[in-house]
Write a protein that binds this ligand. Structure first.
Ligand SMILES: [Fe+2]
Length: 251
């Protein structure tokens, strides 16, 4: 099977576009089933895992092994399956009954909380795999200029990313803010914690132990160094261009 190396990044961008288009859905004529789907915010069709791009295995020379990626990919497929399972359960619930909703425990609460975890697991890993297997180092193009513009230099950004990666429990995202075009290295302790509205992730660093323990043991800093040496900056530049398009569309 041929694999489109840009597929991972494209679904991330399309997913953002789908969220932005929710208002359009509400303005069109919907069947009752479609309307219920729109209320829940869940797409009516199951998603499928995107094949792992072959370029990902280009990280082996830097120390991130084939075995790590193959095991890691299984976790990603697990998130895809859970997204589909939760969507099916939400569909089976029908239009939610507000009298049965409860903030301590209710089926709707549990499904929606874990839905954000599962869908976050899909999108975070599609971002991560989508920009692995490049030449790393200081970036060219617009992302290089944006990093220098916000952080002063590539080395300053790199130091901030590395420290943030050591301080995080799950993820670090370099994100672009649609409001003012600024960049920031955010911490995510889980698949679904601390996202910031009006921002798009451009780069995702997975610091869960499963991403590096096979190859680096507890030496997370060495894993982050390896990650920095294999970033595909072309993929990050495409994500930045998409984010800038979204920013212009919002003005
Ligand atoms: Fe992961």
């Amino acid at each position: 099977m041929s694999v489109d190396p840009n597929a991972f990044n494209r679904r991330n961008f399309l997913a953002l576009g789908a969220v932005a288009g929710a208002g359009v859905l509400a303005a069109t004529s919907l069947t009752s089933v479609e309307a219920a789907e729109a209320v829940r915010g869940a797409a009516p069709t199951p998603i499928k895992p995107i094949p792992l791009p072959a370029k990902v295995y280009g990280t082996e020379a830097a120390g991130i092994s084939r075995k790590t990626h193959d095991e890691h990919y299984k976790l990603y497929v697990g998130y895809v399956n859970k997204v589909n399972e939760i969507r099916a359960k939400l569909a089976a619930l029908g239009v939610p009954d507000p009298t049965k909703a409860n903030a301590t425990f209710s089926e709707l609460r549990e499904l929606k909380v874990e839905y954000s975890f599962a869908l976050g697991g899909v999108k975070n890993h599609e971002l991560y795999f989508g920009h692995l297997g490049g030449k790393g180092g200081a970036p060219d193009g617009a992302i290089g200029e944006a990093i220098t513009g916000t952080f002063g230099s590539y080395d300053s950004w790199k130091a901030d990313l590395k420290a943030t990666g050591i301080a995080a429990r799950g993820w670090v995202w370099l994100a672009y803010d649609y409001t003012d075009g600024s960049l920031f290295n955010y911490i995510g302790d889980s698949q679904n914690t601390y996202p910031v509205w009006n921002s798009a992730p451009l780069l995702g660093l997975d610091v869960y132990e499963h991403a590096y323990f096979i190859d680096f043991g507890t030496a997370r800093a060495k894993y982050i160094d390896a990650f920095l040496s294999v970033i595909d900056w072309e993929a990050v530049n495409r994500s930045l261009a998409n984010a800038q398009t979204m920013m212009k569309a919002g003005k």
